[in-house]
Design a protein around this ligand. Structure first.
Ligand SMILES: Nc1ncnc2c1ncn2[C@@H]1O[C@H](COP(=O)(O)OP(=O)(O)OP(=O)(O)O)[C@@H](O)[C@H]1O
Ligand SMILES: [Mg+2]
Length: 362
């Protein structure tokens, strides 16, 4: 179902994205060791990644780094995710077990692999090295897919922070049969974390492929909604379709959300209700930003103050005291890195129209 609100896992439920799936496929067959998939929130990164993994016919381990936000940025959770991933692999690629069980700290149950890293010298690199050995002996490539990888920057273990970019860089240099796909909705933050252009980063100068997921154009947005509604046997008047398309600017997550809700309650009034719900959702996300300056800067942009100087003036007026140039620059820089705003020819713009509308009313 196109309007299923969860990330898609099957091509049947994924609208379009043929090109993106082809890029992923080519990466797996002959690309560089790392593919970075970028795109704003709700654009469809997870869906494209999961559909690809589902179809690719290669062993893979999928790590959803958002789970660290829920359960803590802990090394044991990373091991748990790895062992869960391996448990999924073992049913088909059974010989992997032989390679892993020689590692101290790897426990083989009847139906599960468990990592016991406490007090034992098991490291993620040992596990990856064994996976690489297996892949090399069997002519395979193993994909390590990490969704929202920028969150790994908070990862902690026994003695403090774990530098996942060091792990990736070791794999890049030494383990030729592992490939990484990392996604991120905070594009600038992910790029900073990976540090391909930062001489102090372990991944500095490494070659990688990059794929940016973009919005649907107007025609595709309309077609997506029409197909989705037809699947649910709901026929809204054309002006409802146009209204949704006008409000969400081609972001598939919002098209899906509006479509799903309208199918459940097909009357024109519901659109306003859903729009309000969507605004509440983004506001709760925006309120996690570190200070009220961010909210005011976004509000300024949403009501038409597009240039640095005007945004600064508007924020100063609302907070009733002056800000330094550095302060306002830092706020805008962070919003850019989080992919909440973009800058073109000196003008800032909010990337998601739902966020822009929500901020206007604050
Ligand atoms: N091409 C598509 N066809 C059908 N549904 C889609 C498509 N792309 C995205 N969706 C839907 O939009 C929503 C957001 O998709 P998804 O979670 O894959 O995006 P994302 O970029 O990973 O979002 P986030 O940044 O919030 O993690 C989901 O409900 C998903 O089912
Ligand atoms: Mg996602």
């Amino acid at each position: 179902m196109l309007f299923d609100p969860r990330p898609k896992i099957s091509r049947r439920d994924l609208y379009d994205r043929e090109l993106e799936l082809r890029v992923l496929d080519e990466f797996a067959r002959k690309g560089s060791p790392i593919l970075v998939v970028l795109g704003i929130r709700r654009i469809g990164k997870t869906s494209i990644l999961r559909v690809f993994l589902n179809e690719v016919n290669l062993p893979y381990i999928y790590i959803d780094a958002r789970l660290f936000e829920e359960h803590g940025f802990r090394k044991d959770l990373l091991y748990k995710m790895l062992s869960d991933g391996l448990n999924k692999l073992r049913s088909r690629w059974t010989s992997i077990l032989k390679y892993l069980k020689v590692l101290e700290g790897v426990e083989m149950g009847v139906a599960t692999i468990r990592f016991n890293w406490r007090g034992k010298p098991l490291s993620i690199l040992d596990v990856f090295a064994k996976l690489d050995e297996w892949a090399s002996d069997n002519g395979e490539t193993i994909i390590i897919a990490i969704d929202e990888a920028q969150l790994l920057r908070y990862l902690k273990g026994g003695k403090g922070r774990i530098d996942f970019t060091e792990i990736m860089s070791y794999c890049y240099d030494n383990l030729r049969n592992l490939k990484f796909i990392v996604t991120g909705s905070e594009v600038g933050v992910l790029k900073d974390f990976l540090g391909f252009n930062n001489p102090n980063s372990p991944l500095y100068g490494r070659v990688r492929d990059e794929l940016t997921i973009t919005r649907f154009n107007r025609d595709k947005s309309i077609d997506f909604l029409e197909k989705g509604f037809s699947e649910c046997s709901v026929r809204p008047p054309y002006n409802i379709i146009e209204e949704i398309v006008d409000r969400v600017d081609g972001i598939p997550g919002w098209l899906t959300y509006f479509g799903y809700k309208y199918c459940k309650k097909p009357n024109p009034e519901i659109i306003r209700e859903v729009f309000n719900e969507a605004k509440m959702m983004v506001l709760s996300e925006i309120r996690k930003l570190p200070s009220k300056y961010y909210i005011y800067a976004l509000k300024a942009i949403s009501i038409g103050y597009r240039r640095w100087k005007n945004i600064k003036q508007a924020v100063e007026l609302w907070i009733n005291h002056p800000l330094t140039n550095a302060q306002i620059s830092r706020v805008l820089q962070t919003l850019l890195k989080l992919s909440i705003i973009e800058k073109e020819e000196g003008e800032y713009r909010i990337m998601d129209p739902i966020i822009a509308e929500a901020l206007k009313e604050l």
